[in-house]
Design a protein around this ligand. Structure first.
Ligand code: C5P
Length: 222
């Protein structure tokens, strides 16, 4: 099979990264988590204590910093200016600010360019919000993966409840709904299903079922 690109978009907590990683493994493709790149910029903004309304300064920071995605044993590792920030970019402080940072035009411009470069040789599974619509509009396979807000919150809750027993399901549900709204309503590249993307609602599907469906879509399309 000739190498091709797969774009997987969808709202927060739909399981995109788990699914995209597994699909990439099965096909021997490279997995690129674009959300991690927006999180990396947000992490840097917090490190520098930049006020969130300083859009120009945030854009400049994104220009000056180096983001690297590396394949580690436990999945993708993220480095900012040489420091491993893989775990820190998942902290609530980053999650709370990331959709704001991701709405800044200069930040998007820089990261989209980087993402497009990563996919030039094909054989990439990229997940995000605007991959099928803006980053890789020519991707051979496009998936829009979603699930109900409640189901997505429950999945996050099961994931986080061991390490953060204080977390409440309702808080997670509100956070996911808030991020959905910000991502869907932003001016530049909002979260929207590409016309040619296949819609997969994973509310009552298991992980393997979703992975198998995507592999089947790949077989039919390429
Ligand atoms: O996928 P994840 O939840 O880690 O993404 C974090 C945030 O980054 C999203 O809520 C969204 O605001 C932003 N994002 C984006 N475009 C992408 C990937 C992520 O705007 N391609």
């Amino acid at each position: 099979m000739e190498p091709f690109n797969i774009a997987i978009d969808g709202p927060a907590g739909a399981g995109k990264s788990t699914i995209a990683r597994l699909v990439a493994e099965r096909l021997g493709f490279i997995y690129v988590d674009t959300g991690a790149m927006y999180r990396a910029v947000t992490w840097k903004v917090l490190q520098l204590n930049l006020p969130s309304e300083q859009m120009e300064q945030i854009g400049h920071t994104a220009e000056m910093m180096q983001i690297e995605l590396k394949r580690g044993n436990a999945g993708q590792q993220v480095f900012v200016d040489g420091a491993d920030v893989t775990n820190e970019i998942r902290l609530p402080a980053v999650t709370n600010l990331v959709s704001h940072v991701a709405s800044i035009g200069r930040v998007r411009e820089l990261l989209v360019h980087k993402q497009q470069q990563m996919a030039t040789s094909k054989g990439v599974v990229m997940d995000g919000r605007d991959i099928g619509t803006h980053v890789l509009p020519d991707a051979e396979v496009k998936i829009f993966l979603t699930a109900s807000v409640r189901e997505r919150a429950e999945r996050r809750f099961r994931e986080l409840t061991q390490s953060h027993p204080e977390l409440k399901l309702e808080t997670l549900e509100a956070d996911i709904a808030r991020r959905d709204k910000l991502d869907q309503e932003r001016e530049i590249s909002p979260l929207v299903r590409a016309e040619d993307a296949v819609l997969l609602d994973s509310t009552s599907m298991g992980i393997n079922e979703v992975v198998d469906s995507i592999l089947q879509i790949c077989r039919n399309k390429v």
